[in-house]
Structures are given as C-alpha cells and as structure tokens.
Design a protein around this ligand. Structure first.
Ligand SMILES: Nc1ncnc2c1ncn2[C@@H]1O[C@H](COP(=O)(O)OP(=O)(O)OP(=O)(O)O)[C@@H](O)[C@H]1O
Ligand SMILES: [Mg+2]
Length: 471
C-alpha cells in the first residue's frame, strides 16, 4: 500500500524510478568494489616500499664501520613515515609476545620482498603486550621493527600503519551523475514512445461510444499493446453489433404493436358500454405513449439535425409559456440570453422533459436560467415529493420509475430522464438532480456556453459594404 502511494503513477515514471534505483545500486556497488580493490593495491605498494627500505637502510647502516656514525646515518635516512635509529639494544624486546597481527605483517613483508626473509629481524606493534589497556590505544598502529646487524647491534624502525583510504575524486562523481542523467532521459523518451499506444488505447476507451462509426484503434506497438488494441477493437465491434440487433428488434416490436392497437381501438368503438370503451381507449392511449417514448429513446442517438447556435433561455421560456397557457403555476426568471450550440429539437426535448417532470410530479414550478463560468445552467425547481436520495442516479436508467409515482395520472414509462441525459452528454453537458431542503426537487441542465463569434459577421458585413462605398 505504502509502496503504491510512493511510486509514481504512470508506466513511464515507474519504469524510470526502477531504472534510477538500479543505476544507484550498480553505482554504489561499483564504488564499494573500487574502494576495496584500490585500498588493497595501495597497501601492497606501501608495504613493498617499506620492506625494500628496511632492507636497504639496514644494509647501508651495516656498511658504516664506525659505530658512532651509525646512528647519525640511520637518523639521516628517516622520513616522515619511517623513523630509523641505530642502537645496541633492540626496540622490539626479545620477550615481547608475537601477536597474530605482527606475525601476519612479517609474513606479508617477506612475501613482498624476499630479501627480507634472509635478514634477522623482530617485529611488533607498539601496543603488543598491553592488551586491554586504554592507555596504549594511540599506539595501536605503530609498527616497530628491529633488524640485527652482524655485530649484534640493531637498526630500529618505527612506522605508522594506518589503513589507506583511496582518494575521492569529485570529477568522477560528476561524470557518474551526468551519465546517469543521460541514461534516464534517453530511457524516459524511449519509454514514452513505447507506451504511446497504451495512452491511445486509454483515450479510445474513455471516448467509447456507439454513435457513428469510429475509426478502429491503430494496432501497433509492442505485442502486449497490439493484443490489447486488437481486443478493444473486437470488443467494440461486438458491442456495436449486439446493441444494433437489440435496438432493431425492440424498434420492430414497438412499431408492429401499433397495428393491433389500431385494430383494438376500431373494435372498441363498436362497444355500446361507454365506460368500458373509455377505459379501453385510455389504456390504448397509454400503450401508444409507451411505444412513442421507446421509439424516441431508440432514435435519440441518431438524430441527423445540424448543430447551431441556440438561445437556451428562450427555449425554456417557450415551454414555460405553453404550460402557463393551460393554467399551470409556473414562472421563468434569470438570464435572457444563454447561447449554447446544439440540435434544436434535441435540446428542446431535454428542456421539455425536465419541465414536464416537474409539472407532472409537483404543483408549483420555477425555472431559472443563469450563467456559471463557461456553463449555461437551467434549473427547474418544484415543490413535489422529490426523489429518495439513493435513487437520484438510478432514475436516469431506462424504464426506471419511482414506485410512488407509478400512478395512472402521471403515466410515463421512465425514459424521459434517460433520453434527456443522453442528449445533454452528447452536447458535452449533463443533468443533475437534487432534493431541495425546503422540499421538492431541483433538476439542473448544464451545457457549455457557445463561443462568441461576432468578428466573422462584422467582417462579412464590412466586406459586403465595401462595393457600396465605392459606387
Ligand atoms: N420533478 C420530479 N419530482 C419527483 N419525482 C420525479 C421528478 N422527475 C422525475 N421523477 C421521478 O423519476 C422517475 C423517472 O423520470 P423519467 O422522466 O425518466 O420518467 P417518467 O417521467 O416516469 O416517464 P417518461 O418516460 O414519460 O418521462 C419518474 O418516474 C419519477 O418517479
Ligand atoms: Mg418524465
């Protein structure tokens, strides 16, 4: 879970994160390996140089016959890292314990410079024999060597023996970082290229619609993506076919039902029993209404009407006036001019469905037109029973009606809101329902405001005027 939150979201970002982690790991391991091997090489070189100096200094001192000169010469051969003295006694005492560390150092020096093996020498560390005494800690790294001359006198050496830390070069770090950045940038570009078909697939899935005949998705890219694109194309085709067949079947049944309805109506007219005849006619009327709404629903996605600039406010006002004419309590208020772009009949159907519902389920209706940023809003408010909160979305599904309203007077099949929402969405808008605190319901239609295009008309007019001016 935590990893999921930390990891970046896209495939490219995740792949780059993995690459960066791998690069960092490789470089850290490489750097560690380099340090280990570089210090081993440096220590070998130091030890060899030390062993060679031990042998040559000892021999040089041994060749000086005058003992009083020997210490001066030995001293003169000292350096900052190696102090040399000549003495009658050995600096490393004969009874000093020979520790493993000292033994290993002697062995190593002898291996590096075989000449040393022929010499008689004692070796020890300054703290040997004083184990566990904190006082000797500073001398832990002081190596003492005493080499015996033929006359039983000694050349004593002392040298610090610290671990060698290889020199750290910031240029190497800078170069490594530059290299890593170049690799990451190239990898990110390549990954973006490789995953482009995936993004196309996602966009196609988001825009999935059965209207018209959309171009099939390009089946290119890596094999997994090709397979996904192919599966998507096949799925879309199957859904199109399935929906097409069902729609046709439903349309055919709805259409064919009209003939028997007409026959029953004709026969019912022969009935003398007036109440029975009227009730049969009312039922037939309701059945015809259902057929009309079903056919309208089936056709709602197929309208070929041209889109043009419309005034949403005046469409709503016309609907309100029609209802007022038959004596309903309904008022329109708000913006006089709300321009939207769309199919006139379709938008009119949405508005009249919303107002029709309010009139059907409530007594008092208020319609407000307003502008909200880039959206035109038409709000239909009523004082009816409203819709239970948990059904506010499901009433948009086809043939869904709330039980309480399933009465004879209200009629209807439950397709009004389905059609209205599908038209609104096809116009890049939507419909939202809400229960009002003071009771009743509000249905809000939102559509994008049509862009203003007066410039073209003006130029057209001035262009048209030009010849007149010249005459
Ligand atoms: N203004 C409203 N007040 C209360 N309930 C509503 C309102 N508008 C819609 N409804 C509920 O939502 C259901 C679905 O509405 P919809 O317009 O889709 O179908 P309908 O009005 O029943 O039938 P028709 O297909 O004739 O429009 C309605 O049956 C009703 O129960
Ligand atoms: Mg309705």
């Amino acid at each position: 879970m935590i990893l999921k939150r930390i990891l970046p979201d896209t495939v490219v970002a995740r792949a780059v994160a993995i690459l960066v982690a791998a690069l960092v790991a490789v470089h850290l391991m490489g750097y560690w390996g380099y340090r280990v091997s570089a210090s081993a090489v440096a220590e070998s070189a130091r030890d060899r140089a030390l062993a060679e100096r031990l042998v040559s200094i000892k021999r040089a001192v041994a060749n000086i016959p005058d003992p009083s000169e020997r210490d001066r010469a030995a001293h003169a051969l000292s350096s900052s890292s190696l102090e040399v003295h000549w003495s009658r006694i050995s600096l490393v005492l004969a009874n000093a314990p020979l520790t493993d560390r000292a033994k290993a150092t002697a062995q190593r020096l002898k291996e590096l410079v075989p000449d040393l093996a022929t010499e008689a020498f004692r070796i020890g560390f300054a703290d040997d024999g004083a184990i566990a005494s904190g006082e000797t800690e500073p001398y832990r790294h002081m190596l003492l060597i005493s080499m015996r001359l033929d006359d039983q006198s000694w050349v004593n050496f002392s040298t610090p023996r610290l671990g060698i830390v290889p020199h750290f070069d910031p240029a190497v770090l800078a170069l490594t970082i530059c290299l890593a950045v170049v690799i990451v940038v190239i990898a990110a570009l390549l990954l973006a290229w490789v995953t482009r078909p995936l993004r196309d697939l996602a966009v196609a899935a988001e825009r999935f619609s059965l209207d018209g005949k959309p171009e099939p998705l390009d089946e290119s890219g890596p094999s997994e993506v090709r397979r996904a694109a192919h599966a998507f194309n096949t799925m879309r085709e199957r859904i199109r076919k399935l929906v097409g067949e069902r729609t046709q079947a439903l349309a055919a049944v709805s259409h064919d039902l009209r003939t028997p309805i007409t026959r029953i109506r004709l026969r019912s007219e022969l009935l003398d029993d007036t109440p029975t005849r009227e009730s049969i006619e009312a039922d037939l009327f309701e059945m015809e209404e259902m057929i009309d709404s079903t056919l309208e629903f089936l056709k709602s996605g197929e309208s070929s009407e041209q889109r043009r600039r419309l005034n949403l406010s005046s469409i709503a006002e016309t609907c309100v006036d029609d209802a007022k004419d038959v004596g309903r309590d309904i008022e329109f208020s708000g913006a006089e001019n709300l321009s939207v772009e769309g199919q006139h009949l379709a938008i009119k159907r949405v508005v009249s469905n919303l107002i029709g519902n309010a009139l059907k389920y409530a007594m008092t209706v208020r319609v407000e037109a307003r502008r909200d940023g880039a959206l035109a809003e038409l709000v239909v408010l009523d004082d009816g029973p409203g819709i239970p909160d948990d059904r506010l979305e499901s009433v948009f599904d086809p043939f869904v009606r709330i039980e309480a309203s399933r009465s004879k007077e209200t009629g209807g099949v439950g397709l009004g809101l389905t059609i209205a929402r599908s038209i609104a969405r096809a116009h890049h808008g939507d419909i939202a329902l809400a229960n009002r605190v003071e009771g009743g319901m509000s249905a809000t239609l939102r559509l994008p405001i049509a862009p203003i295009q007066p410039a073209r008309r003006q130029t057209a007019r001035s262009a048209a005027r030009l010849p007149v001016l010249r005459v």
